[in-house]
Design a protein around this ligand. Structure first.
Ligand SMILES: [Zn+2]
Length: 377
C-alpha cells in the first residue's frame, strides 16, 4: 500500500520529469510514444535508475568533458560503466525489459551485421610506383616477407594481401550474413588517412564490387573531423562512385565528439551511425546492444539518426588487450550471448587486412570464422 507521504513526493516527481524520462527511454528504442504512466507506477529507485540509464544511453558523460586520449577521443577507462565493472553487460536493455516486459522482444529479433572498415583498401595495389619502390627499399631488410609480397603484387603474380573482399563476402554468405563495408575515402599524407586514391580505376572498381555484394557506408577520415568541406567531399565521392545515396557511417579511429559529430553526419544525410564502441576496451559503450535513436542532450530533441552500437573490434582484442585467440573467442561468445539475450544487433568490427591470416594477424582468421559461427542467427 502506498503511504500518503510517498504519494505526494511521487506526484511532484511525476509532474517534473518522470513522464518525460520514461517516454524518452521508450522512444529511444521503439520510435513510438507511450503513456508509460497509465499502467505503471515506478518507485523512486526506478525513477532514479531511469534518469541515470537514459543519460548513459545518450552519452551525457561525453559532453563537456576533458577525458580525451591522444587522438581526442573520450577515454573508455573513464566511463561510468567501465569504472563500475558493468561495461560488458547492456544495463539499459535489462532495465528497459524490467520496466516494459516483452515490449522490445515483441517487435525486434536478434540480428548480426558483420562490419569492415577499409582504411587501406590494398597493401600495395593502386599505390603507384614511387610509394611501392620506397616501401620495398624499407621492407627488404626489416620485413623480407612483406617485401616479397609487395614485389609479387606489383607484377600481379599474387593477389594483394589486403584483397580479402571475395573471401569476406563468401564466408559471410555461407553463414547467411551480409557484410557492411565502411570506406575511408581520404589519402592526405597526414599519417592517419592513407587509403588509395578512389578517383582512379582500382578504387572505383572496388567500390562498385562491394556495393553489389554487400552494403557500403562512409568511413569519414580523421581530417574530416576538423573540416566540414572535407567530410562533404568524401561523402559526395562515395555517393557518386557507388551511384547510391549513402546513409550509413562509422568514424575512422572512432573519432566521436558530442554533439558535433552526429549533428554533422545528420546534415550530410546519414541516418545510421556505427561508431558507438571503444578502441581500447570491448563492451557496450552506451550500455545497450540495441540500435537506438540519438537524442541531442544539448538541444533536448530526438534526431533522425539511429545509432548501431558495436561491442568489439579486432584491434581491441588483439592489439590493445593482447589476448590469445582462444580468449578472444571466449570474450566474443560472452558479448554475443548478452546481445542475443536482449534481442540486440551484434555488430563486430573487423578490417579487410585483419582477416588475411598473414603477418601480425596470423591465426585470427579462425577467430573471425568462429565468431561468425557463434553470431549468425
Ligand atoms: Zn578506420
Amino acid at each position: 500500500m502506498i503511504k500518503p507521504q510517498r504519494s505526494s513526493a511521487y506526484s511532484a516527481l511525476k509532474t517534473n520529469c518522470m513522464e518525460s524520462i520514461f517516454d524518452k527511454l521508450y522512444f529511444s528504442f521503439t520510435g513510438q510514444q507511450i503513456n508509460a504512466l497509465n499502467n505503471f507506477e515506478p518507485s523512486p529507485a526506478q525513477l532514479y535508475q531511469a534518469e541515470i540509464l537514459f543519460t548513459t544511453l545518450q552519452r551525457k558523460e561525453e559532453y563537456k568533458t576533458d577525458f580525451f586520449d591522444d587522438k581526442g577521443r573520450f577515454m573508455a577507462e573513464k566511463s561510468i560503466m567501465h569504472l563500475a565493472g558493468k561495461s560488458k553487460q547492456p544495463m539499459v536493455d535489462a532495465f528497459f525489459d524490467e520496466i516494459f516486459p516483452d515490449a522490445y522482444a515483441s517487435i525486434y529479433q536478434y540480428k548480426c551485421i558483420p562490419t569492415f572498415d577499409i582504411d587501406n583498401a590494398y597493401a600495395f595495389k593502386g599505390k603507384g610506383f614511387a610509394k611501392n619502390a620506397g616501401g620495398m627499399a624499407k621492407n627488404i631488410y626489416s620485413d623480407p616477407k612483406r617485401a616479397s609480397a609487395r614485389f609479387n603484387t606489383w607484377f600481379d603474380a599474387k593477389a594483394d594481401p589486403y584483397d580479402t573482399y571475395g573471401y569476406i563476402i563468401q564466408i559471410c554468405r555461407s553463414f547467411g550474413l551480409r557484410p557492411l563495408f565502411f570506406i575511408q575515402m581520404g589519402n592526405y599524407n597526414n599519417g592517419f588517412d592513407t587509403n588509395i586514391n578512389f578517383k582512379k580505376s582500382e578504387g572505383r572498381k572496388l567500390i562498385e564490387f562491394l556495393s553489389v555484394h554487400g552494403d557500403i557506408g562512409l568511413h569519414p577520415s580523421y581530417a574530416s573531423n576538423f573540416d566540414e568541406e572535407t567530410l562533404k567531399r568524401e561523402y559526395d565521392l562515395l555517393s557518386e562512385i557507388s551511384g547510391k545515396p549513402i546513409t550509413k557511417s562509422r568514424q575512422h579511429f572512432l573519432m566521436l565528439r558530442f554533439p558535433e559529430t552526429y549533428r554533422r553526419l545528420i546534415d550530410l544525410g546519414i541516418t545510421e551511425d556505427y561508431s558507438m564502441g571503444w578502441s581500447s576496451q570491448i563492451g557496450f559503450r552506451a550500455s545497450t546492444s540495441r540500435p537506438f535513436l540519438w537524442y541531442d542532450l544539448e538541444r533536448e530533441e530526438f534526431s533522425g539518426l539511429t545509432v548501431y552500437p558495436f561491442p568489439c573490434m579486432d584491434g581491441t582484442l588483439h592489439e590493445y588487450m593482447n589476448l590469445p585467440e582462444e580468449e578472444a573467442i571466449d570474450e566474443i561468445a560472452n558479448l554475443v550471448s548478452e546481445t542475443r539475450r536482449h534481442q540486440g544487433v551484434f555488430v563486430p568490427l573487423w578490417h579487410n587486412h585483419s582477416v588475411n591470416d598473414k603477418w601480425e594477424w596470423n591465426g585470427w582468421q579462425t577467430v573471425f570464422e568462429q565468431m561468425l559461427a557463434l553470431a549468425c542467427p
